[in-house]
Design a protein around this ligand. Structure first.
Ligand code: NAD
Ligand code: UDP
Length: 385
């Protein structure tokens, strides 16, 4: 598998220490690296369910190129040794479900800031390259959200498009604990940036804008806690699978741009294989063409699920809930997230491809195939009295 970078130079096989490799993004990145590149992965996580198909059976074509290490990076002395063995470290490990930000703010801050510190330190001290996963949430709210509701400036992209090197980070007050995650991610970004400036750390920071697709999060009561609240794709999938109404938080007026995980992984592979173009940069990775309100997302998912499952939709498919009822005290929301694509386009020539309709159809087909039977069985079981 001879591979060339964007400047035509041949790429030598790398060893990658991937922390959080057992999660949603990690599982897709491992799959891509095994199927299409000669690179080796040291896969670190506390869970391996989402990459089991890549680890077993040992007769797989890439056996020997992926090694799983069950490690909690909070307290494991093997971490530095594994970072030293690799050419590049990719850190994906985090608590990153909004339901946790206001209800488990300490765990959220420790996970996203404190636990990432040794990773940055070991990379810096050992002169190892780092690709760190941050979030689009570091932008917080748009400037436009503070304008009067009827201001024509709200339609001006200068007031809402999010640019890596120009937009401010605007969070709510401390009592809105929702922002504990964004704030921890912002501080680790600043620390990594400073390690680059003062100590020469070679780094790339990724800001994902709502990457979605198969294997994202969990379906409550099936492969995750029945009281757990995953991100919106899994919440809505769960409701559709159970023939329940989709819950719209505070009217479902917030806007998001969704990108297909497989498009986004292409961007990450370009960063891995083009260090000279990616080092020292912060990249938005999203699809500005796929914007919807959460209400529109619910309507679209309802329509598509009905098509892939062959089941008629409910007469009233959605229900409004308050954020306090759904997430508890201290929730707040990002109003709108449109990524500026100038930097990633210029550095890596990357653009997203998949439309929202197509990515939802592929994802809901997967959700139906994977979970419909298990849900039916779980729902037909008598409830313990
Ligand atoms: P995920 O929860 O599926 O994956 C994170 C993985 O990290 C999990 O498998 C978890 O077990 C592991 N992990 C957490 N703490 C760990 C620890 N102490 N030791 C070892 N492993 C640990 O989430 P994801 O969607 O794959 O996100 C990956 C990264 O991307 C996160 O940093 C997240 O903040 C960022 N991100 C993702 C999105 C998105 O759209 N999916 C959006 C913004 C930011
Ligand atoms: N949301 C919703 N119903 C749900 C789950 C989420 O209306 O069942 C909303 C949530 O309030 C937010 C948006 O959907 O406005 C996206 O939420 P998600 O958890 O995916 O993460 P975010 O994009 O906020 O980081």
């Amino acid at each position: 598998m001879a591979r060339a970078d964007l400047d035509g130079r041949s790429i030598k096989p790398l060893t990658i220490c991937m922390i959080g490799a057992g999660g949603f993004i990690g599982s897709h990145l491992c799959e891509k690296l095994m199927a299409e590149t000669p690179h080796k992965v040291l896969a670190l996580d506390v869970y391996s369910d989402k990459i089991r198909h890549l680890l077993e059976p040992e007769s797989l074509a890439w056996a020997g190129r992926i090694q799983f290490h069950r490690i909690n990076i909070k307290h494991d002395s093997r971490l530095e040794g594994l970072i030293k063995m690799a050419d590049l470290t990719i850190n994906l490990a985090a608590i990153c479900t909004p339901a946790d930000y206001n209800t488990r703010p300490l765990d959220t801050i420790y996970s996203n800031f404190i636990d990432a510190l040794p990773v940055v330190k070991y990379c810096s001290e050992n002169n190892k390259r780092l690709i760190h996963f941050s979030t689009c949430e570091v932008y917080g709210k748009t400037i436009g959200s503070f304008l009067p509701k009827d201001s024509p400036l709200r339609q001006d992209p200068a007031y809402y498009v999010l640019k890596e090197d120009a937009s401010p980070c605007i969070f709510g007050p401390i009592e809105k604990q929702r922002w504990s995650y964004a704030c921890a991610k912002q501080l680790i970004e600043r620390l990594i940036y400073a390690e680059g400036a003062e100590n020469g750390l070679e780094f790339t920071i990724v800001r994902p804008f709502n990457w979605i697709g198969p294997r994202m999060d969990f379906i409550p009561g099936i492969d995750g806690p029945s009281e757990g609240v995953p991100r919106v794709l899994a919440c809505f999938s769960n409701a559709l699978l159970r023939r329940e109404q989709l819950k719209l938080v505070d009217g479902g007026q917030s806007q998001r741009t969704f990108i297909y995980i497989k498009d986004a992984i292409e961007a990450v592979l370009l960063m891995i294989e083009n260090p000279e173009r990616a080092n020292g940069h912060i990249f938005n990775v999203g699809n500005p063409n796929n914007e919807v309100t959460v209400r529109q997302l619910a309507e679209m998912m309802t329509q598509i699920y009905s098509k892939v499952s062959g089941e008629a939709a409910l007469d009233v498919p959605t229900i409004d809930v308050s954020s306090k009822e759904f997430y508890g005290e201290g929730y707040d929301d990002s109003d709108k997230r449109i990524p500026d694509m100038t930097i990633i386009n210029r550095q890596l020539g990357w653009d997203p491809k998949t439309s929202l309709w197509d990515l939802l159809e592929a994802t809901l087909t997967y959700q139906h195939r994977t979970y419909a039977e298990a849900i039916k069985k779980a729902m037909s079981r008598p409830v313990a009295s």
